[in-house]
Ligand binder design. Sequence first.
Ligand SMILES: C[S@@+](CC[C@H](N)C(=O)[O-])C[C@H]1O[C@@H](n2cnc3c(N)ncnc32)[C@H](O)[C@@H]1O
Length: 221
Amino acid sequence: MTFQAVITEDGSTTLFIPELNEHYHSIHGAVQESMHIFIREGYAQIRNFPARIFEAGFGTGLNAFLTFLVSEKERKSIHYSAIEKFPLEDHLVSLLNYPEKTDPAKAEIFHALHDASWDQDIRLSEYFTLHKMQGDLRKVQLLDESYDLVFFDAFGPDVQPELWTEEIFRMLYQSMKEGASLVTYSVKGSVKRALKAAGFSLQKLPGPPGKREMTRATKKN
Ligand SMILES: C[S@@+](CC[C@H](N)C(=O)[O-])C[C@H]1O[C@@H](n2cnc3c(N)ncnc32)[C@H](O)[C@@H]1O
């Protein structure tokens, strides 16, 4: 697989994979998109702390980094688990400018997120513990009723339809606490149908710049 670094409209970088014709983030602004979907419409909706987050697709570590920054600022404890099948090589991580675009003083933490050992809890601060899982979302075994929030950030459903299925959403539903939400950028009809069939209640929310809508799926009785 080859990767190209691209500067998005808010000045933050993302990666592009020509073979898949897919970007890791919106070209309208990588940091802007992650802040909107995963922090404002995800993290900011958590009611009880300490909280547990599960991310599908660790990728560039942008969502984990933004979550680290907000948890430090608010002094709220987060246990952040993330699965990744294809970890990025160091030279690709070095092309990413997320600390520069958010909090340059925390550049070391951004690199620590990437350097952290896999498959174990790594305490990166008083408030933030990371647990990266190297593996395939389709095979992961998660504990029942343990997550307060899920960041569903796989490549798009047209590129990876096998990850946007009722079966995967059921597995995630099972792993989430009552009242917990899953947030994702996709509003595709087949994705919404699969989420509903897995038991979620859906909300269509305004999307980040360049994207009209996004989805929040909540586990409700
Ligand atoms: C949209 S990108 C990454 C988004 C990431 N949250 C970020 O901010 O960079 C999707 C990620 O899912 C990963 N991925 C693809 N297939 C996967 C699978 N079957 N299991 C786990 N991760 C997968 C990709 O390698 C990629 O890093």
